[in-house]
Design a protein around this ligand. Structure first.
Ligand SMILES: O=P(O)(O)OC[C@H]1O[C@H](OP(=O)(O)OP(=O)(O)O)[C@H](O)[C@@H]1O
Ligand SMILES: O=c1cc[nH]c(=O)[nH]1
Ligand SMILES: [Mg+2]
Length: 215
């Protein structure tokens, strides 16, 4: 498991701005910070992927280097996943992409009870590929688990990386138990979930902060 908060990194500045009540209301900056963390995480993950030795022809000669053997498939969960996903797409610029629409469907008689509703999913063939599934918030872990299993209809990836900006300890344990084959990449692990299954201290509602409150 990789966690930005456990080492000195510029990423921690961007996570701090996402959390800060005096900064996070600037939607453009909130989305851009998610994107910037996605870019830095893409770079960290890129160090673990397979590469080929190649020769590049320059105007003055040749240069030996290593290039990524195969672009990953980038998957994310609407809404809050979109700006974070864009950061990955900026760096893995030839990647194929998958999207799922998932959200908490609350029980009308108990606003703390919810099921993860998923009414949209689309993706390319995943067989034998590297899958990077991103969502900024890993709270209970149920959204990521549901979407990961739904994505398997497109084939079994060779390896899967799950990327989140802020996680709860409960969510990390849940994902490690339910999806032990997946590698976890996190910005920070916070202290706990509250009674509404929100991460504390967290940042609030990532989807609303990025795109506005929904009715
Ligand atoms: O780990 P979990 O308990 O499943 O919670 C995390 C989910 O909650 C948020 O989405 P939300 O349902 O708020 O939808 P939104 O992005 O449309 O706001 C977040 O982006 C995750 O998808
Ligand atoms: O803390 C949380 C939990 C779920 N979704 C969010 O946006 N924030
Ligand atoms: Mg939300």
């Amino acid at each position: 498991m990789f966690v930005f908060a456990q080492q000195p990194s510029l990423a921690n500045q961007f996570v701090a701005e996402l959390r800060d009540v005096s900064i996070q209301k600037d939607r453009l900056r909130f989305r851009r910070n998610l994107e910037r963390i996605g870019e830095l995480m893409a770079y960290e993950i890129s160090k673990t992927l397979p590469y080929n030795n190649v020769t590049i022809k320059t105007p003055l000669g040749t240069s030996e280097t290593q290039l990524l053997r195969q672009q990953p498939v980038l998957a994310t969960i609407l809404r809050a996943g979109l700006p974070f996903h864009q950061g990955f797409a900026n760096y893995f610029d030839g990647a194929e992409n998958a999207f799922a629409g998932a959200y908490r469907g609350y029980n009308p008689s108990d606003q703390d009870e919810f099921e993860i509703a998923m009414d949209y999913i689309v993706g390319p063939d995943l067989s034998g590929k590297t899958l990077i599934l991103s969502d900024p918030m890993l709270a209970t872990g149920r959204s990521l688990e549901k979407v990961y299993h739904a994505l398997l209809r497109y084939g079994i990836p060779a390896q899967t990386h799950i990327a989140a900006v802020i996680a709860s300890p409960e969510g990390v344990r849940y994902v490690q138990r339910q999806l032990p084959q997946c590698h976890l990449w996190l910005g920070a692990i916070d202290t706990h979930l509250n009674e509404h299954s929100y991460i504390v201290p967290g940042l609030g509602d990532a989807g609303d902060l990025a795109y506005g409150a929904k009715v």
